[in-house]
Design a protein around this ligand. Structure first.
Ligand SMILES: [Cu+2]
Length: 125
């Protein structure tokens, strides 16, 4: 009887450990922005000050992400807002890259210089 209690206790600890690890996994996953062949899967993301963002390329397309945006006329508008981290990263097919941290609150614009209209707005609070 006592042996079963010890075994049950160990199983319980194991289950608690798995739940804790699972939550940590979700927490680190929340700032992921996925990219398709020619666009971000979401147009904006809201993050906490000091956080980073992982850009995940789900296709074989290569993306080059820099500070700025595509305007509505299809023109590149490179610019870096005050407090924005300098971003200039190339992401190969099926790769991911972490950018940031974003240490200043505000709204920051990123775009892919390869794909017209591929913009991402980052809101840091
Ligand atoms: Cu791109």
């Amino acid at each position: 009887m006592q042996r079963w209690c010890v075994l049950g206790g160990r199983l319980l600890l194991l289950m608690i450990a798995m739940v804790v690890c699972g939550c940590a996994g979700i927490a680190s996953e929340q700032n992921v922005v996925h990219m398709g062949a020619t666009s971000f899967e979401q147009s904006s993301i809201r993050i906490k000050k000091g956080a980073t963002i992982t850009l995940a390329d789900d296709t074989t397309a290569v993306h080059r992400i820099e500070n700025g945006r595509w305007d509505t006329n299809g023109m590149e508008r490179p610019s870096r807002e005050r407090g924005a981290p300098m971003i200039d990263v190339q992401i190969g097919g099926n790769e991911s890259t972490t950018i940031g941290p974003f240490n200043v609150s505000g709204t920051f614009l990123l775009y892919c210089t390869v794909h017209p209209g591929m913009n991402l707005t980052i809101i840091v609070t």
